[in-house]
Design a protein around this ligand. Structure first.
Ligand code: PRP
Ligand code: URA
Length: 206
């Protein structure tokens, strides 16, 4: 399932991020805020369970989330989405996947992986601002499936049709959430119009 989260706040902030003159500080702040807004929408279907509690006034039956949330940012750019979501879900555990995309072949290469132990019982949110060819996200999902994750949501800001198709083919059980579905990839594998190299813009490395 692909869901593009159309919301004026998300669109407005993404417009700021897309502009080439937006600097690192504003780019990061908007990314943080969009990630939080997206997480609010995406967690709508997380199951809840009844709990007996006591308020200062009376005992009552209320509800709490019945599943733990695990965030798995794809390094580096996915790191820029963690804080915005953790502000909403402070109990979320965080795994990390290090992947970089070879600039010539566009193939992903793994260099780091570390996960909390509760993947099989959790809602696992894979985070990466950019879904281009889909190679990185598909490899990341393979890695967490091998560790037993079954409820997986892929959360990206900007996606290309090519990347969406790749994930739908490789992982039809994974829900994909985007803030925008862009037009295409260019000859260098960049999303058009996109927002450029997300990792470099977050960390100021170019
Ligand atoms: C970027 C981006 C994704 C990947 C998307 O990372 O953050 O992980 O490329 O491309 P794909 O869908 O074609 O695989 P990059 O490899 O540039 O690493 P970085 O985040 O460290 O800059
Ligand atoms: N990675 C990025 O950071 N940007 C793109 O447009 C494609 C891949």
């Amino acid at each position: 399932m692909l869901k593009v989260l159309h919301h004026p706040l998300i669109t407005h902030k993404l417009t700021q991020m897309r502009q080439k003159d937006t600097g690192t500080k504003d780019f990061r702040q908007n990314l943080d805020e969009i990630a939080g807004l997206m997480a609010y929408e995406i967690t709508r279907d997380v199951p809840t369970r009844k709990v007996e509690i006591v308020t200062p006034v009376a005992p009552c039956v209320s509800e709490e989330m019945a599943k733990e949330i695990v965030l798995v940012p794809i390094l580096r750019a996915g790191l820029g989405m963690v804080n915005g979501i953790r502000n909403l879900i402070p109990t979320a555990k965080v795994g990390h996947i290090g992947l970089y995309r070879d600039e010539e072949t566009l193939e992903p290469h793994e260099y780091f992986a570390k996960f909390p132990s509760n993947l099989p019982d959790s809602v696992v949110m894979v985070l990466d601002p950019m879904l281009a060819t889909g190679g990185s996200a598909s490899a990341a999902i393979d890695m967490i499936k091998k560790r037993g994750a079954t409820v997986i949501k892929l959360i990206c800001l900007v996606g290309a049709p090519e990347g969406v198709k790749r994930i739908e083919e490789d992982h039809p059980d994974v829900d994909i959430y985007l803030a925008a579905l862009d037009e295409k990839l260019n000859e260098h594998g960049y999303i058009v119009p996109g927002l450029g190299d997300a990792g470099d813009r977050i960390f100021g490395t170019k």
